[in-house]
Design a protein. Sequence first.
Length: 241
Amino acid sequence: READTLAAQLSRILVWWLDLRRDLLPGDRLQLLYEPVPGPGEFRVLALVFSSESRGLSRRAYYFKAERATYGRYYDEQGQEVEKRIENGPIQEYEQVTELMDASGRRHRGVDFKADVGTSVTAPFRAAITRVNWHTRGNGNCLELRYLDSGVSALFLHLDEVLPESRPGKIVEAGTVIARSGNTGRSTAPHLHYELHAPDGRLLNPFEFHPTARRSLEDTDLAAFQRLRKRLDQSLSAGVN
Ligand SMILES: [Zn+2]
């Protein structure tokens, strides 16, 4: 159980750097610091160094919680987030992307955002609400939008609730709160599942369809991060290689 949760934690960081469908290569090296957190078998990775001779790659990630942030996140040595963010995405306050869409969409058809139950879910674009709460055994409470400019359909699954005013046929502007995220249907932890379909039904990767960016720490947050990073680097270099 410990090994599984640790492996899951690691893959959620490495996935932004590597194609995890391929095995690790000879000469790939992984060094990490982690600590137990409350909950059975739960760990948090505090720092991670990945280096690969064959890929010519060396990356570092450090866990840090900015002063005003709800959740801690992973940053590189310059204080830039490891994860990309969707600009004007469906959920602003989330802890981590816990699963991306795989290339074919066969293993996972959308993107999972880990977030506390009750977090606001917003319409990324001006849209028509086309369906709510269908196949609820699997989907849980759910909502579908059709983006008016692109004709793309967006599914929001495992919601705590669809807001009462979010009724099929209604037009909502970009940024409108439409639902609260939850843990309903076939879901084992609180998260939002966000899935996109082109008008012809083809799956679209949300991280390709939307503009994305990486955020960086600034000012006092950046200074605090750099102090923490130095301490973590010392612990890493004191460890056994
Ligand atoms: Zn999902």
